[in-house]
Write a protein that binds this ligand. Structure first.
Ligand code: GLA
Length: 370
């Protein structure tokens, strides 16, 4: 706790005018109110976050897993919305809008293998369309947007090939159906929403990670241009923005927001977090407890949040939502996770006690931009 008070000494005092009890700061306000003139603010929920006292900071939420294919459609012939419906009830009780995440994703843990058993394009696309139709119909406008396709672009670092041959991830979807599975998902979502009379209430996004990096950005733009040329109904792009201590590049973030917006798409920041380890380094030491994390590390993390939010505010005419991929450090998908080297992580703006971290103070008590 000592660390937090020390950090506060270095933060700018931003006054919002005096009140009888003294000076008020934006950091005393709810995040959603601080950002009400910019964009909505989301948290991502799993079964452990329902009792969080932080929910009032948000006006949007994403289900970490509950709306993924495997959760609502555990095998080709079964749909089950029991768990997801609990999140809808939770969102309604707390005045949260829901980002629907995600209809079509390759990740093996997130889809049953029988979807691809036929190895036949027509069969696989008909299963996909059934999924999109049934899930979109079930949630109606309880969600305000869908990540229709998630992570279909290749994430190799090689630049976009002239013939476009390296644009797509070599997933089961792509290997069986070619790129058509992408377009069919949007067409089916759009058709279903029109049939329900809800097309103006539910927007359709493409969501991916690392789409700020130049190679992946140009492949993403190639795919989006193809969809747009084919008049495929797509409204926006989700930039996940999973950063670690050594990966943040503000220029690339800003250029990417501008580039995607120039395509005529709305931009959402869908999965923002900042892993406290610098993954460019080897022999990382685990910080098993929050108290073990050096102050410099928490300050670098805060600076990344601060610089990113400065960019988001400056481009708020292009961005309609910013969502953190979690709520507080007391519960994160990175912990006990081989993909993150089993290191204990503290990636959010609220700490393990659900208290505000330096990042929270920087993104709220910012100096007004000139
Ligand atoms: C991707 C997915 C999310 C989540 C994270 C966890 O970003 O879109 O749903 O699973 O991976 O790493």
């Amino acid at each position: 706790m000592k660390r937090k008070f020390l950090s506060l000494l270095f933060l700018p005092l931003v006054t919002l005018g005096s009140c009888s009890s003294g000076v008020s700061r934006r950091s005393d306000m709810l995040l959603k109110d601080v950002y009400k003139d910019f964009f909505t603010i989301g948290g991502t929920y799993n079964e452990f976050s329902f009792d969080s006292k932080l929910t009032s900071h948000f006006n949007s939420m994403t289900c970490e897993n509950a709306m993924k294919w495997i959760s609502v459609h555990p095998n080709v012939s079964t749909y089950n919305y029991q768990e997801a419906d609990r999140y809808v009830d939770f969102a309604k009780a707390h005045n949260l809008k829901i980002r629907g995440h995600a209809l079509v994703w390759h990740n093996e843990k997130s889809i049953s293998s029988d979807v691809f058993a036929s190895n036949d394009k027509e069969t696989v696309i008909s299963i996909e369309k059934d999924h999109v139709n049934k899930v979109v119909t079930h949630f109606k406008d309880d969600v305000y947007c869908w990540d229709v396709c998630n992570e279909v672009v290749d994430d190799g670092t090689s630049p976009l090939a002239e013939d476009g041959s390296n644009v797509y991830r070599q997933s089961n979807w792509y290997n069986i159906c070619g790129r058509d599975f992408i377009k069919e998902a949007y067409i089916e979502a759009d058709r279903t929403l029109k049939e329900l009379g809800l097309r103006d209430k539910v927007k359709l996004y493409y969501n991916d990670y690392d789409n700020t990096k130049p190679a992946k950005r140009s492949k993403t733009i190639a795919m989006l241009n193809w969809l747009l040329e084919e008049n495929v109904p797509i409204d926006g792009i989700g930039m996940q923005c999973h950063y670690h201590l050594g990966s943040f590049d503000p220029a690339q973030l800003e250029e990417s927001i501008i580039a995607y917006s120039n395509l005529g798409l709305d931009v959402q920041i869908t999965e923002f977090d900042v892993d406290i380890y610098d993954r460019t380094k080897s022999n990382l030491v685990n910080y098993a407890s929050y108290e073990d994390v050096p102050k410099e590390v928490i300050d670098i993390q805060a600076t990344i949040y601060d610089r990113a939010f400065e960019i988001f505010r400056r481009h708020s005419d292009k961005i309609s939502n910013v969502t953190f991929w979690g709520v507080s450090d007391n519960n994160t998908y990175m912990n006990d996770n081989p993909d993150y080297g089993y290191l204990t992580n503290y990636p959010y703006i609220f700490d393990v006690f659900e208290e505000k971290k330096p990042a929270f103070y920087l993104i709220t008590d910012y100096q007004e931009e000139k």
